[in-house]
Write a protein that binds this ligand. Sequence first.
Ligand code: PLP
Length: 393
Amino acid sequence: MKPIYLDHAATTPLDKRVLEKMLPYFTENYGNANSQHSFGQTAKVAVDNARKTIADIIGAKPSEIYFTSGGTESDNWALRGTAKRYKDKGKHLIISKIEHHAMLTTAKELEKEGFEFSYIGVDEYGSINLDELEKAIRPDTIFIGCMYANNEVGTIQPIEKIVEIAKKHNIVCFTDAVQAMGAIEINVSKLGVDMMSFSAHKFGGPKGVGALYIRNGLDLGKIITGGHQERTRRGGTTNVAGVVGFSEALRLSRESLDKDNEYIKGLRDRFIERVESEIPYVKLNGSRENRLSNNADFSFYFIEGESILMMLDLEGIAVSSGSACSSDSLDPSHVLLAMGIPAEYAHGSIRFTFGKDNTLEEVEYTVDKLKEIIHKLREMSPLFKLNSEVKNV
Ligand code: PLP
């Protein structure tokens, strides 16, 4: 059996149709989009078309789309840009406790520079606490940021309500839509959000390219100083092939959004149903209803997530323990801890994220192997021996 890839929240395979669109911009149309000659103009037209395609799909104007190197840079720009630009209005910013590290680490850096942050908690399903959010607002609050959907447990946030609260208090509102973009039909104008970040590799596009939507009229300053690219706000030669791939991947993913979501959800639900009925002492983390269609995140009590991950990998099955970005750290996931999951259970967590190329056969095989692995690990676990008499953990 060929390897089974169940880590689509970390990255997705590049869609072959996207690659086809990109290839000419590596070979014959390799011009720099800022050059005056015809090579440059061909590249510029491709970038302009890509910007327009993306803008049309998300309900923005082309002039509101700024290409970046991906979600991390876009998150950095939104947070750092607002802080620096509006510091005379105030030095207080609000984000959730379950943001991606691209946000949390930037916030920690900004704190060292004198900015103050409120980190808003979530309920047991990973949904942001709206009362706490509203109470945290101060006269000097200049930014509210909350991700659209969480990368670990897949919880979709009440983003319309968050925007409503921000607007009521006249505060700039940002959402990180890196995980949501390929799975949810997002329209920035209807939503009324001021900034939104995206990353192409999460929906069949290439790595290293993304965008920040910045509503016209909002001045975020520059993220990378250099040439005149991205209307002088983000210097650096444009990644022409990447941008072309980004727009094609988004177009294709929107074209088959409902069909893909239904198929992926079917696989995911079959997986959840079998794990819950066939493996004892497990907990599905996150919300059952407000959840990305591809995500199943489980805590397996009394054993380590890393051991499960390694043993599944030996069977040719790729999954993640916590988010890929923190998988080199053995600290329990900040998302699960914020949801009130005890550290010992958070340690035994595995994220399975499905994609449109997965099959039902792969799902059945994964559950069969998972059952064997969990059984083996628990046989060796002193914690399990101590607790196996406990009925309601
Ligand atoms: N934000 C979220 C919610 C993510 O899941 C990720 C990547 O996992 C990022 C930001 C970072 O995106 P990128 O890999 O494009 O830097």
